[in-house]
Ligand binder design. Structure first.
Ligand SMILES: N[C@@H](CCC(=O)N[C@@H](CS)C(=O)NCC(=O)O)C(=O)O
Length: 237
């Protein structure tokens, strides 16, 4: 007797919801991909976002969120910690784990500096504000200098000076280099040339085997070119 073929619908127990850009969700996407959790990546449009917000789906009215069998987790760092624990990317040593948290919190001002330029519909004004961020006295420059110093001081080369790569690296790598993809008008990749420790760090993380393998799946993705090992070679030459 011929076997009946059934087309099973894959049910994912976990779903990450965010706009179709790396932004604040990318580190969690990588952590989820490195975990064994069954998850799906759900891209949300601006209309979809309004619907979710009005339906009370968003605990803090913002994306990203991670839907889990236990309930919804909001706040990108909370999601990253949850997914990172599953992926083995949080040090067991309490001191190192605290340094990872410190680094994650310490990155707040960079994101907030950029946030101040969102929602400005006049493109000329937006570009102008973003250029100012990376002028000598700008908040972007201040934060890049700080991050560059941290990386230069790290004995292991990982962001939080942990023995192994951690969620702090996923956050720094994706959020920092994601800024230079061209998705943010007015932010030029050439800015990075002033920060050799950051370029060296880019090489370390993008060549880390798990990260390298992950981004092999996105070779044709225009917005994720900054996560490939040779991303900034052109700027250097
Ligand atoms: N602290 C929050 C901030 C989240 C956030 O700013 N989300 C933005 C996108 S990056 C958002 O949902 N914006 C929608 C809006 O305000 O219209 C986190 O890290 O998750």
């Amino acid at each position: 007797m011929a076997r009946k073929r059934s087309i099973a619908k894959v049910i994912y127990e976990y779903s990450l919801h965010y706009f179709p850009v790396p932004g604040r969700a990318e580190a969690s996407r990588v952590a989820l991909a490195l975990s064994k959790l069954p998850w799906e990546d759900v891209e949300v449009s601006s209309v979809g976002y309004e619907i979710m917000k009005n339906s009370g789906d968003l605990p803090w009215d913002m994306l990203p969120i991670l839907k889990t069998p236990f309930g919804t987790i909001a706040e990108s760092s909370a999601i990253l910690r949850f997914a990172g624990r599953e992926a083995g990317l949080i040090p067991e040593n309490p001191y190192q784990a605290a340094k990872v948290d410190e680094f994650i919190e310490g990155m707040g001002p960079l994101a907030r500096a950029l946030d101040s330029t969102f929602g400005i519909s006049d493109i000329k004004k937006r570009i102008q504000l973003r250029k100012e961020l990376f002028e000598p006295q700008g908040a972007g420059t201040f934060n890049l200098k700080l991050l560059s110093r941290k990386i230069a001081q790290s004995e292991t080369g990982w962001a939080a000076a942990t023995d192994e790569m951690s969620i702090a690296d996923l956050k720094l790598f994706t959020e920092l280099f994601g800024l230079f993809s061209g998705n943010y008008d007015g932010i030029e990749a050439s800015v990075l040339l002033d920060y050799p420790p950051l370029l060296e760090y880019h090489s370390k993380v993008s060549n880390e085997p798990r990260i390298h393998r992950y981004y092999q799946n996105f070779l044709k993705d225009e917005i994720r070119w900054t996560f490939h090992p040779d991303a900034f070679e052109q700027q250097k030459n």
